[in-house]
Every structure is written in structure tokens, then in C-alpha cells.
Design a protein around this ligand. Structure first.
Ligand SMILES: Cc1cc2nc3c(=O)[nH]c(=O)nc-3n(C[C@H](O)[C@H](O)[C@H](O)COP(=O)(O)OP(=O)(O)OC[C@H]3O[C@@H](n4cnc5c(N)ncnc54)[C@H](O)[C@@H]3O)c2cc1C
Length: 228
């Protein structure tokens, strides 16, 4: 995806315009959604009793909605529900080593979303959101795992956040050394990075006759890490 993104497919709202390195700003919904879907975790920024706070959590997207879930007593959710929040995800694609200290960088794809977080109170939407959350982490899992019962649904809070205001920023490619540094006898280039699953480890109490499901096959798990 990097390198071939449609950077101008959608004009961002004023506050979502990437100003620092504007050429790295991407506003195409398809690109933003793909980054959100590939990232396993997000960070949620909110104000809790006057204190700015950023906490990591799991997110999942359905259409133009992002769902977050947590325990009923989750303090972050109490602070977020009905308020404006900022959600970010980051995928690290590489370490960029330049000849100079100044020009070192990273290759990445990141997304920032701002908007009002709304509590999902409808039990059916909550159930659907929980399935979406499980399936986004491991596709196919929701069909396999036991459905949440009523107590579990009650014990879970779900928040939704629209994707109306979102921006992506993408850096790819080699270091950008200045011309005056190109002669230096220092190695320069990129160390590509990716998150890759290891072989599944069965639970110690898993009966031996339960096989590994197809959706946990290594090539299926690696699908999320696929890049152009
Ligand atoms: C892995 C990683 C490492 C980074 N390392 C550094 C670093 O060491 N130093 C540094 O200065 N910056 C770094 N950045 C970039 C950083 O996220 C900011 O984009 C940058 O600091 C510019 O900040 P600003 O407040 O001037 O942004 P502005 O360009 O003024 O931000 C305006 C709007 O652009 C959008 N935006 C800005 N940054 C991002 C982003 N990363 N992703 C999606 N949308 C964005 C938001 O909607 C924001 O409201 C890094 C980013 C990543 C993902």
C-alpha cells in the first residue's frame, strides 16, 4: 500500500490537515480504514477529571464506525462516553538510518481520528460490536467462540466513534540525507520491520482431539501483515 496511496482522494477537515510534512498526509477513506484494520491496538486520548490521559486498547472497525470495549467499571470509558476523544494507531514499517543523526527516521503508517465517543446501549449492537472486535483480532474467531451471555454483555461497555474526521500519515522509502552528507563513510538504509505471528501454542488444558482451526493457519494469520 505504501508508495501507491491516493493521497488526495478526500479533503480533510481543517484541523486534520497534516501540516508537518504535508506530502505524507493521506485522507483517502480506503487507506485510513486499511491502516485501522491492520493495527492491532489503538491509543485513546481523553481528559479524565482535568487530567489528559492516553491509554492503549483494542479497536475494531465496522464500516465508518470504530468500536471500543471494556469492563463496565472502566474509568477510561466513563471519561470518554459523550465526550470528544482522539484515537491513534501506528504501524511501524521500518527503521530509517541516515548518515547524519539529524536525518534518522522511521517508516510508518499512522491514523488519527477525533470525534465524540458514544456509548452503545442497544444489546444487539453491543453483541455485534463484540463479534466485530473478536473477528478483527483473529478473522473467523467469532463463528467459533461461545457467544457472550446476558451477564457478560451487561458487564461490558462498548463505545462507538465515527470516522468523519480522520487523517493518515505515511512515511516510506529510504533516508533523506542531505547532499552534503552523501559522501560520508557511514552505512545508510532501512531496516524493514513487521509484526509476525509465531506458531500457535495450545492451552495446557486443551483436549488433544481439538485440531487447530483453519483460520489459525500461519498464512491466514499473516494476511493482516500483507503489504504491497
Ligand atoms: C512511528 C512514528 C515516529 C515518529 N517520530 C517522530 C519524531 O521523532 N519527531 C516528530 O516530530 N514527529 C514524529 N512523528 C510524526 C508525528 O506523529 C507528528 O506527525 C509530527 O510530530 C508533527 O506534529 P505536528 O503537531 O506539527 O502535526 P501537524 O502536522 O500540525 O498535525 C495536524 C494534523 O495532522 C494530522 N496528523 C499529524 N500527525 C499525524 C500522524 N502521525 N498520523 C496521522 N495524522 C497525523 C492530525 O490530524 C493533526 O491534527 C512520528 C510518527 C510516527 C508514526
Amino acid at each position: 500500500m505504501t508508495g501507491s496511496v491516493d493521497r488526495m482522494a478526500r479533503v480533510a477537515s481543517e484541523r486534520m490537515q497534516v501540516r508537518r510534512h504535508p506530502e505524507r498526509g493521506v485522507y483517502s477513506p480506503q487507506v485510513i480504514e486499511a491502516i485501522l484494520d491492520e493495527a492491532y491496538i489503538c491509543h485513546v486520548g481523553f481528559i479524565a477529571e482535568g487530567q489528559p490521559m492516553v491509554l492503549p486498547t483494542v479497536h475494531a472497525r465496522e464500516g465508518r464506525t470504530i468500536y471500543l470495549h471494556g469492563a463496565a467499571a472502566n474509568a477510561m470509558f466513563s471519561a470518554c462516553a459523550g465526550h470528544d476523544i482522539c484515537l491513534t494507531v501506528t504501524i511501524l514499517d521500518g527503521l530509517v538510518l541516515a548518515r547524519s543523526v539529524y536525518d534518522h527516521s522511521m517508516n510508518y503508517r499512522s491514523v488519527v481520528v477525533v470525534g465524540r465517543a458514544e456509548e452503545v446501549s442497544d444489546p444487539e449492537e453491543k453483541r455485534r460490536a463484540l463479534r466485530v472486535l473478536v473477528d478483527r483480532v483473529v478473522e473467523g474467531r467469532a463463528e467459533d467462540a461461545r457467544e457472550p451471555n446476558e451477564n457478560e454483555v451487561r458487564a461490558t461497555r462498548v463505545l462507538r466513534l465515527g470516522l468523519d474526521e480522520a487523517s493518515a500519515k505515511v512515511r516510506s522509502g529510504p533516508p533523506s540525507d542531505s547532499e552534503t552528507d552523501l559522501h560520508l563513510p557511514v552505512w545508510a538504509g532501512v531496516i524493514p520491520l513487521r509484526l509476525a505471528p509465531d506458531a500457535p501454542v495450545p492451552a495446557p488444558d486443551l483436549p488433544a482431539d481439538i485440531p487447530l482451526p483453519d483460520y489459525l493457519a500461519p498464512e491466514r494469520l499473516l494476511r493482516r501483515q500483507a503489504r504491497d
